[in-house]
Design a protein around this ligand. Structure first.
Ligand code: CAA
Length: 258
């Protein structure tokens, strides 16, 4: 597939997608989302990519879903196309770890895309917000649900009802981003984190991601039961044997993804 709206590269087992619609501040139109989903699913299936990074430009991670594309749509258009269902369902079904590297605006669908990733590293220039209310709508790619789980009801309500943006200091305090780095260091720091993940066992990372995500979907007791079952299952893997043997022998483990 030829990409018109994203740039892709693979480096040290890390697949990097850069959203690339600079004239529209990386607004997420249908074409961009189709390309993004295509590459994520391709990397998820293959063996070359072990960890994924999604990023944008210095000015914008993404300034939202494409307002110009949505403006003329009717209820029936949106309903029949099941608008944004593919983006939400297929990106959240990616099993390999995805890190968002966010600089500049992450608004509306941009904030929602960042939250669809497994964690967010933010530049000190980042701004997060759900300003859809200003357009006479509300978030539509999971924002009302994921933002509430990330930052709690009060902040989520305020952001969705007023459309107020959060700067990075507030976003870090509230737990929306895992850490803040100087803008010039964003990709270095994110690649360091992604390479570290890529050096570990891919199936163990996938199981870990699945277990953490289970915390959003179930009760504590069920979540802990799920964790324990998967933890026990890890003792059937080569990589558990190797990881623990390497510790005893004071050497670096050689994981084989099996
Ligand atoms: N959709 C389409 N085009 C967008 C866009 C978007 N979400 N955001 C910015 N653009 C376009 C602008 O129209 C402009 O294009 P033109 O030069 O052709 O006019 C270009 O990007 C640059 O934008 P600005 O001139 O507005 O840049 P600025 O620096 O003055 O302002 C901004 C930046 C504050 C981010 C402003 O662009 C803005 O408010 N954007 C919209 C933010 C928004 O409302 N996002 C939510 C969208 S709805 C949504 O996401 C629904 C959902 O939950 C899925």
């Amino acid at each position: 597939m030829e990409f018109q709206n994203i740039l892709v590269k693979i480096e040290d087992g890390v697949g990097v997608v850069t959203l690339n619609r600079p004239k529209a501040l990386n607004a997420l139109n249908n074409e961009l989302l189709t390309e993004l989903i295509h590459v994520l699913e391709d990397w998820d299936r293959g063996n070359e990519v072990r960890c994924i990074v999604i990023t944008g430009s210095d000015r914008a991670f993404a300034a939202g879903a494409d307002i110009k594309e949505m403006a003329p749509q009717s209820y029936m258009d949106m309903y029949k196309a099941n608008f944004f269902a593919q983006a939400n369902d297929r990106i959240s079904a990616i099993r390999k770890p995805i890190v968002a590297a966010v600089a500049g605006y992450a608004l509306g669908g941009g904030c929602e895309l960042a939250m669809l990733c497994d964690f967010i590293i933010a530049a000190d220039s980042a701004k997060f917000g759900q300003p859809e209310i200003n357009l006479g709508v509300m978030p539509g790619i999971g924002g009302t649900q994921r933002l509430t789980r990330y930052v709690g009801k009060s902040k989520a309500m305020e952001m969705c009802l007023i459309g107020r943006n959060m700067d990075v200091a507030e976003a870090e305090r509230a737990g929306l981003v895992s850490r803040v780095v100087p803008a010039a260091e964003l990709m270095n720091e994110t690649m360091k984190a992604a390479r570290t993940i890529a050096e570990r066992s891919v199936p163990i990372a996938m199981m870990t991601k699945e277990a953490v995500n289970r915390a959003y979907e179930t009760t504590l007791a069920e979540g802990v039961r799920f964790e324990r079952r998967v933890f026990h299952a890890m003792f059937a893997t080569h990589d558990q044997k190797e990881g623990m043997a390497a510790f005893g022998e004071k050497r670096k483990p050689a994981f084989e993804d099996k």
